[in-house]
Write a protein that binds this ligand. Sequence first.
Ligand code: C5P
Length: 224
Amino acid sequence: SASADLVGTRIVISAGGTREPLDPVRYLGNRSSGKQGVALAQAAASRGAQVTLIAAHLEVDAPANIDVVRVSSALDLDAAMREQAPTADVVIMAAAVADYRPVTVAPGKIKKEVAGDTLTLDLVKNPDILAALSAAKAPGQIVIGFAAETEPDTDALVALGRAKIARKGCDYLVVNRVGWTEGFASDDNVVIVLDATGAIVNEASGSKISVANRILDVIAHSPV
Ligand code: C5P
């Protein structure tokens, strides 16, 4: 977009997948590429926003002209978001956050000679960063979450999204239709944007940059 409708807006965007350490050389991870979050950062910057990208693990390069804070685990991301969010006008949680992390991180490599034929990992739930940011929201701040769902039926998909936005307490939820016609590894996406009442405020499909711009349209016109 050539418009400058986000000038004067500070946007903090998390992107990519967290890694939860097991020992100094191993982690539990996920397959998030970070592409949609990076596209949001690029699109917001091109519309004049002051953007900070909180980058977990990305399969794409972070944009060169944008402030980037690197994080790895969900706890790192939680700390970075708590630091950055209070001065943001808009917070977008596009990162794929691990739901659980290992209870203990072994100080040295876990050895198969010691562990034997089976190894049991104890996991503990990570903090819900989006829910905490939503609860701590400054007046006038907009908090946006994502939901990646494989549900093929539109009504059921929207119902899942409505339940999630009620649980999380954010202003908007971008329901991301994974496993649809567009491939998981492709540059395309299909989304439905819900507001806090569960109403559909925008729908978009196409390149992750064009989808990013449609999400940013919601922010630019938000009454929140
Ligand atoms: O709970 P679920 O993973 O389905 O919700 C997805 C949304 O919540 C995404 O915006 C994700 O960034 C955020 N999330 C979070 N902290 C977690 C898990 C998810 O902020 N521990």
